[in-house]
Design a binder for this molecule. Structure first.
Ligand SMILES: [Zn+2]
Ligand SMILES: [Zn+2]
Length: 341
């Protein structure tokens, strides 16, 4: 608790200093020059919220995990839907999720499809997969023709398997964007998308190592996200690991057990609901349950993302609930935040 409060206090000053960032809509204007600006500044949505110190850009050397989209399914200024980008030595190597708005953030971050080894989807909610076709298609304009691996969960009632989802988008016959059918079979000068489905089975499927790159390793973990087939991912670069928990409920017992004492550099947890309101509890961890996960996994840093006004408005309660079980550093993500590994 004390450690977290110390980080909170230290970060508070940085939060104020960081408000000129481009990632937060309107912040540049609100804090441009108060001495000549007669308008009262609007309430700052990140005030009092611990945010990790940020470099001007993701590092050009070494590995870093960038949050492209820190938001959720509710349209709110300044936050795209969930998406992350793994950088290694200045190249975008792995895209995890492609929620609504991440197409724009991908470009702002300087990402290129040409350098990607793979795309991973945690699940097929639109705030995690809505922009995947646009990101694939911008690769066509870069001239990428090498096949690209795309991994996501298997099927369940009302949810197609990831391979079927992609087919429904790009199949030459009957696809919603049939004109992009070249991504299905590698014709028309397009990169063929090779899709792999990993069964989630309500969080009880098999833990699956993925062979997608020579530069990093990935393990897919099934998680419970109510009726939605869903995966979490552990990504290891050198001797540093990050875990992206994705959308998951506190019933994700296989995941939590397998990663007990894993001590990754960072755990990204999705702060979708607060502990007080009548939110979709069957789908997501409460802040207390995020704390229990972090307490068991023991990451050096916990990053809360998938933020919305409904969760951030109760952030102090969330941080207190997390601190009951986890006393390491906690920060709250904004779009384009970069975490060096
Ligand atoms: Zn979500
Ligand atoms: Zn979801």
């Amino acid at each position: 608790m004390g450690q977290r409060n110390k980080a909170f206090g230290a970060n508070f000053g940085r939060v104020i200093a960081l408000l000129g960032c481009t990632a937060l809509a309107g912040c540049g204007m609100a804090f441009s020059d108060k001495s000549t600006d007669p308008q009262p500044s609007p309430a700052d949505p990140m005030a009092g919220i611990p945010r990790a110190e940020q470099p001007a850009r993701c590092p050009g050397e070494g590995a870093a995990l960038q949050v492209l989209g820190s938001g959720g399914p509710i349209a709110e200024a300044g936050r795209a839907g969930t998406s992350y980008l793994l950088w290694i030595d200045g190249e975008a190597k792995l895209l995890i999720d492609a929620g609504s708005g991440s197409f724009l953030r991908f470009a702002e971050a300087g990402g290129k499809v040409a350098t990607l080894d793979a795309i991973l989807l945690t699940h097929l909610h639109a705030d995690h997969a809505g922009d995947v076709i646009d990101i694939l298609n911008t690769g066509g304009f870069e001239g990428r023709t090498a096949p690209l691996t795309l991994v996501g969960p298997g099927d369940a009632p009302r949810f197609p398997a990831t391979s079927e989802f992609i087919q429904r988008l790009i199949a030459k016959k009957g696809g919603a964007f049939a004109y992009n059918g070249g991504y299905g079979d590698g014709t028309e000068g397009k990169a063929q998308i090779e899709v792999r489905d990993i069964p989630s089975l309500g969080g009880n499927g098999e833990v699956t190592p993925l062979d997608v790159s020579n530069d990093f390793s990935v393990i897919a973990y099934p998680v419970d996200h109510g009726p939605v087939p869903a995966l979490a991912y552990e990504i290891e670069v050198g001797d540093k690991a990050v875990v992206i928990a994705g959308d998951q409920s506190g019933r994700s017992l296989v995941f939590q057990m397998m990663l007990e004492d894993a001590s990754p550099a960072i755990l990204f947890a999705h702060h979708v609901i607060n502990g007080e309101q009548g939110q979709p509890r069957g789908l997501h961890r409460t802040p207390a349950e995020i704390g229990q996960l972090a307490g068991a996994m023991k990451p050096a840093r916990l990053v809360l993302t998938h933020n919305m006004e409904r969760s951030l408005s109760r952030i102090e309660g969330s941080l207190d609930a997390i601190a009951q079980s986890y006393t390491g550093d906690v920060s709250v993500a904004a779009d384009l935040d970069c975490y060096a590994l």
